[in-house]
Ligand binder design. Structure first.
Ligand SMILES: Nc1ncnc2[nH]cnc12
Length: 239
C-alpha cells in the first residue's frame, strides 16, 4: 500500500470516530472497540494516528455502526411548509467527508476536470467532492461580482417563484472541452440544475455527471435519462 493510501485510511477512520462521537458516548465506543477512552479521544482530537493494523481492525469493527444515508435523513428536520435546512448536513465535515469519499469513488472514472455548482448552498458539498477528486470547483452566482469582465449568464424561472432569476459564471471558470461534474445540495424541479447545464453548453464544456445530496421525486432519474449521464442522489424524498 502507498503511504498516501495508508494515511487516507487512517484519516477515514478518524472521521468515522468523529461522526460516531455525535451519536455514541466515549464509554459506548470504548465498549464497542475494546480500546480505552483515552486512546479513542487522542484519535478523535488528531493527537495520534492509529497504526495501519489497528486502522484496519477498527474500520471493520465500526463500519456496521455507520449509515451515511441514515445520518443525512436523521438530520433533515422539516418545517411546517415541508422545507428542510440542509445546513444541518452540510455543516458536518466528518459526514460530508465520508459521503464525498464514497461518491467520488463512483465518479472518478468519468475523469471530470471541474466541479460546477450554484451559490450558495451547493458550495460546501461541491468543495468536498472536488477535494476528493483532486479537481477545481467553480460556482455560478445570482449576482455579477465585481472584478469579473465577462460572464456566461442564464435566465430561468425557479418553480414557485414566478420571477426571473439569473445565474452568472465568469467565462474563465469553464473552458471548451472541460468535463464537468455538476453538484448541488437539493434538486426539486431542476430549474437551477438545468441552468448549470446551460452554462456548460455556453462554455462548450461537457457535463459528464450530476451528484445531489437530496433529490425530490424522480428528478434525478429524469436528468439521467434526458442527458444520458450518470446522476446520483444521496437520498431521495417523496414529492
Ligand atoms: N431546503 C429545501 N427544502 C425543501 N425543498 C427544497 N427545494 C429546494 N430547497 C429545498
Amino acid at each position: 500500500m502507498t503511504q498516501l493510501k495508508s494515511v487516507k485510511e487512517k484519516l477515514r477512520l478518524v472521521n468515522m470516530l468523529r461522526l460516531l462521537k455525535k451519536s455514541y458516548t466515549y464509554e459506548e465506543l470504548s465498549k464497542i472497540t475494546g480500546l480505552p477512552i483515552t486512546v479513542l479521544n487522542r484519535y478523535v482530537r488528531g493527537k495520534v494516528l492509529p497504526s495501519a493494523e489497528r486502522t484496519r481492525a477498527l474500520t471493520e469493527l465500526l463500519s456496521p455502526y455507520i449509515n451515511l444515508r441514515g445520518e443525512v435523513k436523521k438530520r433533515l428536520k422539516f418545517d411546517s411548509r415541508g422545507f428542510f435546512d440542509t445546513m444541518s448536513v452540510l455543516s458536518d465535515t466528518s459526514l460530508m467527508t465520508l459521503l464525498s469519499e464514497e461518491l467520488a469513488g463512483r465518479f472518478v472514472d468519468l475523469n471530470p476536470d471541474k466541479i460546477l455548482t450554484a451559490a450558495t448552498d451547493g458550495i460546501p458539498f461541491a468543495v468536498h467532492i472536488a477535494r476528493e477528486l483532486g479537481v477545481d470547483v467553480v460556482y455560478a452566482k445570482k449576482k455579477k461580482e465585481v472584478g469579473v469582465e465577462k460572464f456566461y449568464e442564464v435566465n430561468y424561472v425557479p418553480s414557485a417563484s414566478g420571477s426571473i432569476t439569473t445565474l452568472y459564471l465568469p467565462t474563465w471558470a469553464l473552458s471548451k472541452g472541460d468535463r464537468v461534474l455538476i453538484v448541488d445540495d437539493v434538486v426539486r424541479s431542476g430549474e437551477t440544475q438545468r441552468a448549470l447545464l446551460e452554462l456548460c453548453h455556453q462554455a462548450g464544456a461537457k457535463p459528464v455527471g450530476m451528484v445531489f445530496l437530496v433529490s425530490i421525486g424522480d428528478i434525478a432519474e429524469k436528468f439521467g435519462e434526458e442527458h444520458g449521464i450518470p446522476v446520483e442522489s444521496v437520498i431521495t424524498l417523496e414529492r
